[in-house]
Design a protein. Structure first.
Ligand SMILES: Cc1cc2nc3c(=O)[nH]c(=O)nc-3n(C[C@H](O)[C@H](O)[C@H](O)COP(=O)(O)OP(=O)(O)OC[C@H]3O[C@@H](n4cnc5c(N)ncnc54)[C@H](O)[C@@H]3O)c2cc1C
Length: 532
């Protein structure tokens, strides 16, 4: 087992070398007609590139010290092994020769060695958040520990509602206004730090609970980004301060029963009427729709379907707070008949507390002031919504990191206290390798998410946000699965939180861009265009 610190210069060269392998594969992908024609290749490239991007951020982190460099080295070895597993037997379609792995072999055998990984079982590594953001982490960690965790099991097991004390407490901490500029009543001062507070707070809240903590601030974040990207000055002044203070809680209504990944094809219509628009159609999976006061809703304003996404516009749809078990709302006539909005809850495996709904709109009236961007926003809704989702993807990566951290801590504690065959299971190599691998994945994913937050604050980072989401949401499935496995039979018992982490983690690679479509339609496409 190596005892000397990682040679970061050499490791950077390996990431460059692996990036060259990705570049060669992108050339092949292009020759084969691109992501839609060679889906498997495109998917593997997207995931391998996402792991490598994470490894690159890990190497910067590794410069902080010995523990940090060991975690970074372990992560890079994992990323290279992952790349090898994807390329093996497919060298031709990756555009490499059979000997391509040679330059990486020594590093992987040294830092992927079981004894090395086992040595990291209890090494979480410092986060290095800096003087400005360490207090943010501590503040939200304390809130998650004292206000969120005590309710998490009960809400999960009874499919209950998020306690109002959590919503109110989070509002007092400023949690809903982290990305809202100060001029609109939020706490963002712009620049590099604009997204950092959001990422750090989201991780801590998700450590408390994905369902009743970390996901609460996702919706206002998405709506905020959409408003900042497309809203008129009057709309920003009207909605952003109320979102920041949580006087208004938001839900996002984009997905429809027939169109989830294929957002551009949605059917819900908004038709002009006196003083506004009427909505007709069905949305589904609208999370938090009952408790929310407003929905950010994407609808077709141009009946010409050939215009695809260019026929879509985004609305702020006001509604009253409703019963989480299901609701039927009605409006007075607005020249278009009486509007109705029905919400049917969809029971889920995990991620409980916010509740998701199928929403049926029947002549539901929306005043013209609520068309985001006003007349200039007509046909622009898809772009405003996507701006919101880019932010949402980074935030979902942070949610996954919080869930993984909770699962790792639970597994570590259980392994230290459970004795089997006369030994605490933490003393077994297999357990230690699992924990060491988790520690490397969690810290390096966190560092990548922080890096992406800085990039987004500087006006870039959109493909990196998708990469962070793609990598970490799959990783969270493995981490929570192994954390559950370390608990043996008790991992399957509802009374142990780790069973909740496992079912909660499963949703992460489904929403905010299903893993496959995110890899094919966003990451592979962008990598291809950058590779030209
Ligand atoms: C708990 C939960 C909460 C949610 N909250 C919200 C919310 O608040 N607001 C909202 O609008 N939506 C929400 N969603 C919806 C979510 O965003 C969608 O489920 C997601 O976008 C996938 O759409 P879909 O379910 O229609 O799957 P589909 O689009 O039907 O996809 C099914 C499968 O096919 C794969 N696939 C699709 N296209 C391709 C392709 N071209 N090539 C290969 N594979 C492909 C997908 O990756 C997926 O694995 C939520 C979903 C869940 C489960």
């Amino acid at each position: 087992m190596p005892t000397t610190p990682l040679n970061l210069d050499g490791a950077t060269g390996l990431v460059d070398g692996a990036s060259a392998v990705i570049a060669a594969a992108l050339v092949e992908l292009k020759k084969r007609g691109g992501p839609d024609q060679s889906q498997n290749l495109a998917y593997d490239i997207a995931h391998a590139a996402s792991a490598l991007a994470t490894a690159r951020a890990a190497l910067t982190y590794g410069q902080h010290g010995d523990d940090e460099s060991r975690l970074a080295a372990a992560f890079l070895a994992l990323a290279l092994k992952d790349l090898a597993a994807r390329v093996l037997g497919h060298e031709q379609s990756w555009g490499v020769s059979g000997a391509w792995f040679g330059p990486f072999a020594d590093f992987v055998s040294t830092y992927g060695d079981p004894a090395f990984l086992a040595s990291l079982a209890t090494v979480s590594g410092a986060r290095h958040l800096g003087d400005d953001f360490q207090p943010v982490a501590e503040l939200f960690h304390k809130f998650a520990d004292e206000q969120v965790r005590p309710h998490a099991e009960h809400v999960h097991r009874t499919n209950g509602d998020i306690p109002e004390s959590i919503i109110g407490g989070l509002a007092e901490l400023g949690g809903f206004g982290l990305s809202i500029p100060e001029e609109f009543g939020g706490f963002s001062t712009g620049g590099e730090s604009e997204y950092l507070g959001m990422v750090i707070a989201t991780e801590e809240l998700s450590w408390g609970s994905l369902g009743i903590g970390g996901s609460l601030i996702t919706r206002p974040e998405i709506m905020t980004r959409a408003l900042l990207s497309g809203g008129t000055q009057a709309q920003k002044e009207r909605w952003l301060p109320r979102l920041a203070s949580a006087d208004v809680l938001a839900a996002i209504a984009v997905t429809e029963p027939d169109f989830g990944s294929d957002v551009a094809s949605i059917n819900t219509t908004a038709t002009r009427t006196d003083g506004g628009w009427v909505l007709n159609g069905t949305k589904t999976w609208c999370t938090f729709a009952a408790r929310a006061n407003v929905l950010a809703l994407l609808a077709r304003t141009d009946p010409d379907r050939t215009k695809s996404h260019r026929g879509l516009s985004l609305f702020v749809v006001e509604k009253e707070v409703s019963d989480s078990k299901g609701f039927l709302l009605s409006q007075d006539a607005h020249g278009a008949g009486t509007g109705r909005l029905e919400g049917r809850p969809i029971d889920t495996l995990g991620y409980r507390g916010m509740h998701s709904y199928e929403l049926s709109f029947d002549n539901w009236f929306v005043p013209e002031d609520n068309l985001i961007g006003g007349e200039d926003g007509l046909g622009q809704g898809f772009y405003f919504q996507m701006a919101g989702f880019e932010n949402g993807r980074l935030q979902t990566a942070a949610r996954a990191i919080g869930v993984m951290q909770a699962a790792y801590e639970a597994a570590l504690e259980y392994a230290q206290n459970r004795t089997v065959f006369g030994e605490p299971i933490i003393d077994y190599e297999l357990t230690r390798v699992k924990l060491g691998t988790m520690a490397a994945i969690i810290q390096c994913s966190r560092q990548f998410a922080l890096e992406v937050a800085r990039l987004m604050g500087a006006g870039g980072g959109t493909v990196e946000a998708s990469m962070a989401k793609a990598y970490v949401c799959r990783a969270a499935e493995w981490v929570t699965r192994e954390a559950q496995q370390i608990h043996g039979g008790m991992g399957y018992a509802e009374e142990f939180s780790v069973s909740r982490y496992f079912v909660d983690a499963r949703v992460l690679s489904i929403f905010e861009g299903a893993d496959e479509t995110l890899c094919l339609k966003v990451i592979a496409r962008r990598l291809l265009s950058q590779n030209n």
